[in-house]
Design a protein around this ligand. Structure first.
Ligand code: CU
Length: 325
């Protein structure tokens, strides 16, 4: 493992910051509190194998997230594409303290750096099997926050897909929030806004002309936008080569304490907790409900003879969170 490649990241991450001054790499304890511009948050590497968790994320003093975490990255290899079990895996990669490594130049497993004192990164570096996984969050002083997963390496010389599942427990100002779904299709001039009145799974459709987004709103009318960035398409087809391995791009769930236990669905299980779908009771939506938003990513890693055979190239995907005030 080489942290050298991390330096390259900085430039890949932020095209605007090509000439950005990168700070030294700071080592952080397993848990702590940080402020950066108008952002404030706690972090921890907890005991539920959810990677680097953020808690009590605030923008300009207003709470946005109770908790953000990454409970699993599901992985499927193609093999001979005859069945869901073809090839290596499927795997459920779960980041925890025990599979974190100390990056070169650091003395601890949680690291942080910044660019031009404008963008802050907090991250962990995990090695699971033959993969390097870099799990990071970014905070831009201008008011954008991102969760990002980078992966490289091969378990076998075969095409595969990684599917990171982000669990975003929003508490915008208050535990009671109103989720709304915003999308626009080719046939629609304006965006369509749908108030989410029940637990649901949702995905990008071919007719969409832009990535769908969620707005999570407080009772007082503060909104936080959420969308997937750079996401590949889901595994929609029932047959080869992916066999509907990961078919969702998002899920809205009512918050339940018993469902905050880390990933419980194995390598083949989809995002659960919604069978049968549970509706908000009449009237509840007006005052909001404590909701958890799952954002599901799809990351292609294609085996092409002669390219990236050393597995040194990073692939990544992002969930973006923007307070809209
Ligand atoms: Cu890969």
């Amino acid at each position: 493992m080489s942290i050298g490649a991390l330096i390259v990241f900085a430039i890949l991450f932020f095209p605007l910051a090509l000439s950005a001054q990168e700070s030294p790499l700071f080592s952080l304890p397993r848990s702590g509190h940080m402020t950066f511009g108008d952002w404030a948050f706690d972090w921890t590497v907890g005991h539920k194998q959810e990677g680097l968790e953020l808690r009590d994320v605030r923008w300009q003093g207003t709470k946005i997230l109770f908790k953000a975490s990454l409970p699993v990255i599901r992985v499927k290899y193609t093999g001979d594409a005859r069945s869901i079990g073809s090839g290596d895996g499927p795997y459920q990669d779960r980041i925890h303290w025990g599979n974190l490594v100390v990056p070169r130049g650091a003395v601890g497993k949680v690291v942080s750096r910044s660019w031009d004192d404008r963008i802050l990164e907090i991250a962990v570096f995990s090695q699971i099997g033959d993969y390097d996984i870099y799990h990071a969050y970014y905070f831009d002083r201008a008011g954008t926050m991102e969760g990002r997963v980078y992966s490289r390496g091969w378990s076998d010389e075969e095409t595969h897909r990684h599917h990171p599942y982000w669990r975003l427990d929003f508490d915008v100002e208050h535990p009671r929030n109103l989720p709304r779904l915003i999308r626009r299709t080719r046939s629609e001039v304006r965006r369509v806004v749908r108030i989410v009145l029940e637990e649901l799974n949702y995905w990008q459709s071919r007719a969409d002309v832009e990535p769908f987004r969620f707005f999570i709103s407080s009772p007082a009318g503060r909104h936080v936008g959420v969308r997937n960035v750079g996401n590949a398409s889901r595994d929609a087809a029932p047959g080869a080569p992916w066999f509907s391995f990961s078919t969702k791009d998002s899920g809205v769930r009512l918050w339940k304490g018993a469902e905050d236990r880390g990933w419980e669905f194995g390598s083949r299980g989809h995002l659960g907790y919604a069978s049968p779908p549970e509706a908000w009771t009449r009237g509840e939506w007006q005052s909001g409900k404590d909701v958890v938003l799952w954002m599901v990513h799809h990351l292609d890693h294609a085996w092409i003879e002669g390219e990236d055979e050393e597995g040194r190239e990073w692939h990544w995907t992002t969930v973006q969170i923007i307070p809209e005030w």
